[in-house]
Design a protein around this ligand. Structure first.
Ligand code: DAH
Length: 348
């Protein structure tokens, strides 16, 4: 009997030393400790052992059971540790590797120009408002002193939608008329209105059938052309730098009297003359003027009491000049790389 026990111990020890994975370990556990395992079978022999040897036999069988159980537990621990170390080695992170870069978005350059101008005018007390893109002939032309048959209508080759009454606004100036009518001739106005405008233009590098303007209107009791000049000067310096010089040239718009073209000194050649300013040293960036008394009157403001000035910037033109873009189509091609280039230029 004792020999049998020793033989079991011996083979167990040999088998344990050869365990290389959990599967083998579990098989051996069943082989020795399972229902029909070698150690379990040994216990069953107890009944055949003479009474005076039972105690000694019991102790020996127990010793084998302990040996098998402890050795297998130890081996299990060892295997688990080995496994963990292997996993840790495999999952080692090289913290010296360069990080993956997250690609950031960048604002659309036109949107950015609008925001910039809105903020500037808001800082001078202007409201930012919007008007409809589908407009009535009444606001787009009539109330701006452009009655039917007026020759200046031809310069704004307009998209009509229904007969001759509904159209896509050809400029943001109708918002002037709307704001004045809303003010009911009673209160001063300071507003800017950025928005899309439409004309039957062929699309090329400098023209687009859809483009943007930012309109401005100021109405108060004592307003003169020199207030417009001062305001334009502040805006031009804000947009193109402190050394930007401005000038007004006489012009004609039916809704302003007098009317002007507003120029800035060419920031590229500093006035010497170059391709950008067509050798004139000056660049035109908006139309403007003192609000025509006829318009004030039609829109409910008494011209004896109220005066005002108005202006209209071409937004793409401002952005093209500011960011050195030479094709208006750039704004509408949604090429994210372009936005990023301009965004970076801005930061530097
Ligand atoms: N609406 C004009 C255009 O689209 C621009 C303009 C000129 C707007 C003079 C004004 C202004 O408010 O006073 O050509």
């Amino acid at each position: 009997m004792i020999e049998k026990i020793n033989a079991i111990k011996e083979t167990f020890e040999k088998e344990v030393s050869q365990i290389t994975d959990m599967k083998i370990l579990n098989d051996i556990r069943v082989e020795y400790l399972g229902k029909q395992g070698k150690v379990t079978e040994l216990s069953k022999l107890m009944k055949e052992v003479p009474n005076d040897k039972k105690k000694e036999f019991g102790i020996l069988v127990n010793e084998v059971r302990m040996l098998v159980t402890n050795s297998l537990d130890e081996k299990k621990k060892e295997l688990e540790e080995k496994d963990l170390n292997k996993r840790l080695a495999n999952e080692k992170i090289d913290i010296t590797l360069p990080a993956t870069t997250l690609s950031n978005g960048a604002p659309n350059i036109l949107e950015k120009t609008i925001e910039d101008m809105e903020n500037l005018f808001m800082s001078m007390g202007y409201d930012v408002i919007e008007g409809p893109e589908i407009e009535q002939d009444l606001y787009n032309f009539e109330l701006l002193n452009l009655p039917k048959g007026h020759p200046a209508r031809d310069s704004q080759d307009t998209f009509y939608l229904e007969g001759d009454k509904i159209l896509l606004r050809s400029h943001t100036s109708p918002v002037q008329a709307r704001t004045m009518l809303e003010g009911k001739g009673e209160k001063p106005i300071r507003m800017v209105c950025p928005g899309k405008t439409y004309r039957r233009d062929d699309d090329d590098a400098t023209h687009s059938h859809q483009f943007m303007q930012i309109e401005g209107l100021l109405i108060d009791e004592k307003v003169t052309l020199s207030d417009l000049k001062g305001t334009f000067d502040v805006a031009a310096k804000h947009l193109f730098g402190e050394d930007c010089v401005t000038r007004f040239r006489p012009s004609y718009y039916p809704f302003t009297e007098p009317s002007v073209e507003t120029d800035i000194s060419c920031f590229s050649c500093k006035g010497k003359g170059c391709a950008l300013c067509k050798n004139t040293g000056w660049i035109t960036i908006s139309g403007a003027g003192v609000v025509n008394p006829k318009v004030l009157e039609m829109c409910g403001y008494d011209p004896k009491k109220w005066h005002g000035f108005a202006f209209g910037f071409g937004l793409e033109r401002v952005a093209m000049l500011k960011y050195g873009i030479n094709d208006i189509r750039t704004f509408y091609q949604t090429d994210l790389r372009q936005n990023k280039v301009f965004d970076r230029k801005e930061d530097n």
